[in-house]
Ligand binder design. Sequence first.
Ligand SMILES: *Cc1c(COP(=O)(O)O)cnc(C)c1O
Length: 481
Amino acid sequence: MEYISTRGHGTQSGTSSRFTDILLGGLMPDGGLAMPVAYPRLAASDLAAMRRMNYRELALSLLSLFADDIALADLKSIIDRTYTADIYRNARAGENTHDITPVATLEPGLHLLALSNGPTLAFKDIAMQLLGNLFEYVLAREKRSLNILGATSGDTGSSAEYAMRGKRGIRVFMLSPLGKMSAFQTAQMFSLQDPNIHNLAVRGVFDDCQDIVKAVSNDHAFKARYRIGTVNSINWARVSAQIVYYFKAYFAVTRRDDEQVSFSVPSGNFGNICAGHIARMMGLPIRKLILATNENDVLDEFFRSGVYRPRATAETRQTSSPSMDISKASNFERFAFDLVGRDAARVRELWAAVDRGGAFDLSATPAFARLADFGFVSGRSTHADRLATIRQVFAQHGRMIDTHTADGIKVGLDHREPGIPLVCLETALPAKFAETIREALGREPQRPAGFENIEALPQRSQVIDADAQAVKDFIARHAPT
Ligand SMILES: *Cc1c(COP(=O)(O)O)cnc(C)c1O
């Protein structure tokens, strides 16, 4: 598979990239995002064969289409190590850990796709665990090492650290705002004792952490000298790994390969639902992709009005589904590329406005009229909706859900159609968001085995000023050139 940029790089002959070329990179050289030059189209016979596969077999069938520059036997061994019942062991009673992403049926036609059984109890593990093994493989092959620098307000940082811990050739420097994460999230990250993991607790807020990452990444000499990389949500390998569970869930809730299924996806950076879009483009019979936002509704606004208006970071509201608190959706450019008929010049034009802090309006264009062809609908959920949905699902189905999943279920139910199975993606377990669970249900969330006393484990972190130079000095002391 050849990859091009949403802004056109790679479209001249001889300039496109392969999967391992874009694996370690962030943005493409022209500032766009990597996209496969065309989506593989699956035939009816492919779907029939996939229906009989387990998660690992399905992952190999799908990912080998995108990562065809990795020897098939090597990719198989990476996938077999990544998707084991041993790693996805936090399933609830009645769920089969061997399914990796088990589907729970709440009532006929309403299902929950459990994506949060990995080490950090959030769906990001599914892609990040693969990324850890892919990075280690490619770095060993190229006899290189990598220093990952990231900023987190919670979920991404722990998911990255659990994926990269103990990996040869990889060090992680993760910035988090001092004292701003929940006790559970802090314990998850800071209790890691692996020498290749460095938690830097920054005297500041999350935006300070992000600004530092940007400042360090913009120091090109430093970045090259210390081989700084990222694991952010625009990484193509992460998006592609997420395609697999849309197929897995589809087969779990249907019997024939021509039945239609709708998916509801709690969305922030548009990474998760982007994978659903790609699955649909590949020929999976997805009827609707239902995009759910919280009060930070920049994406819902676009799908309803055609106007994409990223907010200033200061406008971003802190909500009880914090992993969806975004001011702009970093993967959205991928979908926009398809929506405008893969016209890279048009994407360049649209994002010239976005990158200047502006907005664009597609409402009067043929692209907006085509939105329905792509199956997208959207909605927004508020704190009150989350509380009501958590209560309702617990009362009616006896299942405790987290706040992000609640946003997805709320908006999913608003768009539910008779006769069409609805699959809501469960993106985290309630144990991570105890405060809101207490508010909704008046009791503590259930914790999977092994997490009972996580806050009591010894913690390791380094407090540091909100200063890019201090972070650079720390990296220089801990990362040999
Ligand atoms: C990251 C995250 C999301 C948002 O996913 P995107 O791919 O950014 O749209 C939703 N829920 C949880 C729990 C998350 O951690």
